[in-house]
Design a binder for this molecule. Structure first.
Ligand SMILES: Cc1cc2nc3c(=O)[nH]c(=O)nc-3n(C[C@H](O)[C@H](O)[C@H](O)COP(=O)(O)OP(=O)(O)OC[C@H]3O[C@@H](n4cnc5c(N)ncnc54)[C@H](O)[C@@H]3O)c2cc1C
Length: 433
């Protein structure tokens, strides 16, 4: 097969690859440049942007409208690395970009930004339509990059046996989560092959599985079955690592077949997974009544029982969602059954504020939202997203060792790093044209 020659190959047509293609196209159009480099975007799936289509429960929380000071606390492990990229293309720029292309947006609780249509597919379609209309970047689908080597140029071998030689390469292959969308971590091997260090990777924004939650890998235990499907609102969750409080969060929590997730579970999952990987003891303490102090809660229970009914189940029915009562009794069986009813009632406030789950595992890449870890930040220029080791090699998106909390931060990381890489690449083209 003949060798194709291109000026730039973008590997991966996800959020980062598509945004890079869109930004390169728009920078060329804006400047009315007559020089047109040959750019190829290679996406291994049938259509680009598969993962965008499942984001935000199908609604796509495409960014978060917070300013840098508030935004940056949601970026890990080193928000400073991301600062340049954010200032070059911020969440306001993301919103502007999509609005100018006709996608109406809405800002919800916590400054989360969604398309007004609430359809994630509209985000992908907007990006793909724009890239196609500009005709600066050619998109090739259903073919994957299998390997990259570098000499004077980069040499990419594709799954159909063809070879592409390119002066520049942008690796935008994503992380490892939801591999069915095409994100199978190929970029890590490419980066390592080109001399880069890849930091250890872990699932993040994932369900934490309590000890005893599953009888066998796919079978929930009795109390887990009672909890599964329960959504708790306005509770607080403390992450304990080796007996010390490592993180405290307030909000909503879901019990699923994977364990504890939802906004609260996800928020503590990054630290919890890392701690488990280090062999530390991890537990979660659930406070079901965080708005009441222990003494206020005792008063409330006393008031309820003074009406004549001081049966534990009755009192719990006044304090907890119906579906939480039976599992609560099961979890606290030892504390409640060994006591007389009046002693058990005395114990209730403490138990309601302190339900402990020892965590012994977590849901893996098949269902986590993002990958923690990736191509080491120390080997990428934060000013350009270009490799410090290999000229002409760029990175964008989740393949980099950057991840965000839930709330639109991860897509913004992908968009900002892609836009910065795009600007740097266009600068190279301009210098050379
Ligand atoms: C269920 C779920 C919900 C989410 N919801 C949100 C949300 O609402 N808001 C938010 O900010 N973030 C969300 N995220 C995270 C966000 O989707 C990702 O962080 C983001 O998509 C990363 O963009 P990326 O372009 O780096 O990688 P990806 O979007 O994963 O794209 C990488 C692309 O590269 C392609 N590829 C990989 N290897 C090769 C190869 N060898 N050759 C050719 N192509 C290749 C893949 O097929 C894929 O299309 C969610 C993630 C999941 C899994």
């Amino acid at each position: 097969m003949e060798t194709l020659r291109r000026d730039l190959v973008i590997i991966g047509g996800g959020a980062a690859g598509l945004m890079a293609a869109a930004q390169i196209s728009s920078l060329f159009l804006e400047e009315g440049n007559s020089y047109r480099p040959s750019i190829l975007l290679i996406e291994k799936m049938m259509r680009p942007g598969r993962k965008i289509g499942i984001t935000g429960k199908g609604r796509c929380n495409l960014t978060n409208a917070r300013m840098w000071d508030e935004f940056s606390v949601h970026v890990h492990p080193n928000p400073n690395f991301f600062k340049n990229a954010f200032y070059n293309f911020s969440s306001a720029d993301t919103m502007d970009f999509f609005r100018r292309l006709g996608l109406e947006l809405t800002v919800e609780r916590g400054q989360r930004v969604y398309p007004k249509s609430m359809k994630a597919q509209d985000v992908t379609d907007t990006l793909v339509r724009y890239v196609k209309r500009c005709k600066t970047v050619e998109i090739s689908t259903e073919v994957s990059v299998d390997s990259i080597s570098s000499g004077e140029n980069f040499k990419l071998t594709l799954s159909d046996g063809s070879v592409v030689e390119s002066r520049m390469v942008l690796i935008a292959t994503g992380g490892l989560s939801y591999p069915a969308t095409g994100s199978t971590g190929d970029g890590y091997a490419f980066a390592e092959g080109l001399g880069h260090t890849v930091t250890p990777r872990y699932p993040s924004l994932t369900a934490l599985t309590p000890k005893g939650y599953k009888e066998q890998p796919a079978v929930l235990s009795g109390w887990a079955k009672q909890l599964c499907g329960l959504q708790l609102k306005n509770v607080s969750l403390s992450l304990m690592v080796n007996g010390n409080v490592a993180q405290e969060e307030f909000g909503d929590l879901d019990f699923t077949d994977g364990g504890i997730e939802g906004a609260l579970g996800f928020r503590v999952s990054r630290k919890a997974v890392l701690s488990l990987a280090r062999g530390q003891k991890v537990s979660l303490i659930l406070d079901l009544k965080p708005s009441l102090s222990l003494s206020q809660l005792s008063e409330r229970i006393k008031r309820e029982s003074s009406t004549g009914n001081n049966n534990v189940k009755y009192l719990l029915s006044k304090l907890l969602p119906r579906q939480m009562i039976q599992p609560f009794l099961t979890i606290h069986k030892k504390s409640l059954q060994m006591q007389s009813n009046s002693k058990a009632v005395e114990e209730l406030p403490k138990l309601l504020k302190n339900t402990q789950f020892d965590i012994d595992s977590y849901v893996g890449y098949e269902r986590c939202v993002v990958t923690n870890g990736g191509v080491s930040l120390s080997e990428i220029s934060q000013k350009s997203m270009e490799s410090k080791l290999k000229k002409g090699l760029f990175f964008a998106g989740e393949v980099i060792d950057l991840d965000g909390d839930t709330g639109g931060y991860n897509l913004q990381i992908a968009f900002s790093t892609a836009a910065l890489a795009a600007r740097s690449i266009v600068d190279v083209f301009k210098r050379e044209s």
